[in-house]
Design a protein around this ligand. Structure first.
Ligand code: FAD
Ligand code: DHB
Length: 391
């Protein structure tokens, strides 16, 4: 088998890259280890930055997103039992976020790929990548087949094979693992507020989000080694009710059947550079952010926008300058987003319970963010997402 760009992984990064390349007349083959059913139903992110919505819209895959997505122009920070609205759009030049499930983006991109007649193989696990230093790398598949190409795009997430294909010592790794995880649920219940609520509470962080007028998405900070068995429905609701409650008792959290649940670790991770020879890493394969900033998917989208542009210069004009600049360009945004995600995480989670100093600093910071327009604007412009050119 042979193609111009071998794309490993059919998550948001790999699928959007294939879509952008297709529109530029560049051939690619997407290899995905899992089944179509599996990737279309994997519940994860839900917040799309303005720039992510724009690229999906401009490239013809935004119709359902505009019909079903929920545009949000503000969010609530809740602490000390009181809510404070951050007017995202007013503070960030009219930009907004859209709540639309990641798996819906994945479904839309798969449909577009198949409709365009592009190559997309499910249950096609890459096991190794060879000859990265030459101009004809080869991807080996578990089936025993091999795929020759000019460029490999490693879009296979944090646990994929791409990052490991770079020789030992070629990539520097920066990492922080947080002493907590998120338990996320989907419940058949109407959202209890029109906007997202990020709640700071002595018992730990809680987040109210949504997927539709009938479905609520909720998260709880839990211990990193907690198992789902330790969290029966009653305990989940009790904890959510406690952490989201307002002092005036006016907030009522709607409950409903929990039909999806999972625990995700919280980690910051960057591998640099995001390239080795003809291998280019994008999305979670190169970096992970803690979920508090709602940035992982959006960062994956930003990477492949830069990569698609660079590949176009390469295949159309033989110009390698943009490919050479790829890693540095992406890493500027990656580190901005790393900082924002870390900042949101340390401001909102229960940190060291034995260190009351931390708690006092958090409260001071939260109060400043809701009182100072400058501080609120910093949160807002990072949350809705900086323009590609502005980082
Ligand atoms: P992935 O989505 O992980 O896709 C990689 C693909 O590669 C997978 O389909 C995998 O099966 C495949 N693969 C792996 N190995 C191989 C192989 N060897 N061969 C072939 N295929 C392979 N981000 C946000 O922006 N906003 C949010 O609100 C948000 N909330 C989140 C909440 C939770 C609970 C979690 C877990 C994540 C959240 N994220 C959020 C992060 C976001 O989901 C990820 O950053 C995003 O999925 C990254 O996309 P990706 O395409 O790089 O990787
Ligand atoms: C959602 C996920 C996040 O990580 C976040 O910060 C906000 C919302 C969500 O899944 O809706």
């Amino acid at each position: 088998m042979d193609t111009q760009v071998a794309i490993i992984g059919a998550g948001p990064a790999g699928l959007l890259l294939a879509h952008l390349l297709q529109r530029a007349g560049i051939e690619s083959m997407v290899l995905e280890a899992r089944t179509r059913e599996y990737v279309e139903h994997r519940v994860r992110a839900g917040v799309l930055e303005q720039g992510t919505v724009d690229v999906l819209t401009e490239t013809g895959v935004g119709d359902r997103l505009h019909r079903e997505g929920m545009v949000h122009r503000g969010l609530e920070l809740r602490f000390g039992g009181r809510g404070h609205r951050i007017a995202l759009s007013d503070l960030a030049g009219g930009r907004a976020i859209t709540v639309y499930g990641q798996q819906e983006v994945v479904k839309d991109l798969i449909a577009a790929r198949l409709e365009a007649g592009g190559e997309l193989r499910f249950e096609a696990e890459a096991t190794a990548i060879e000859d990265l230093d030459g101009d004809r790398p080869v991807v080996r598949l578990a089936s025993g087949e091999e795929l020759g190409c000019a460029v490999v795009a490693g879009c296979d997430g944090f646990h994929g094979v791409s990052r490991a294909a770079a020789p030992d010592g070629a990539l520097a790794v920066y990492e922080r693992v947080y002493p907590f995880a998120w338990l996320g649920i989907l419940a058949r219940a109407a959202p209890s507020s029109e906007e997202l609520i990020y709640a700071h509470h002595d018992r730990g962080f809680a987040l109210h989000s949504m997927r539709s007028p009938e479905i609520t998405r909720l998260y709880l900070q839990v211990a990193p080694d907690d198992e789902l068995e330790a969290w029966p429905d009653e305990r989940i609701w009790e904890e959510l009710q406690t952490r989201m409650a307002t002092r005036d008792g006016a907030f009522a959290l709607n409950e409903g059947e929990i039909f999806e649940r999972g625990i995700a670790p919280m980690r910051s991770f960057v591998a640099e550079p995001m390239r080795h020879g003809r291998l280019f890493l994008a999305g979670d394969a190169a970096h992970i952010v803690p979920a508090t900033g709602a940035k992982g998917l959006n960062l994956a989208v930003a990477d492949v926008r830069v990569l698609a542009r660079a590949l176009r210069a390469f295949f159309e004009r033989g110009d390698e300058a943009e490919l050479d600049a790829y890693s540095d360009r992406c890493l500027r945004r990656v580190w901005r987003v790393q900082h924002f995600s870390w900042w949101m995480t340390q401001m909102l989670h229960r940190l060291d319970a034995n260190d009351p100093f931390e708690g006092k600093l958090q409260r001071s910071q939260l109060e400043y963010v809701v009182r100072s327009e400058a501080a609120a604007r910093t949160l807002a412009e990072n949350y809705v997402g900086l323009e590609l050119e502005d980082v």
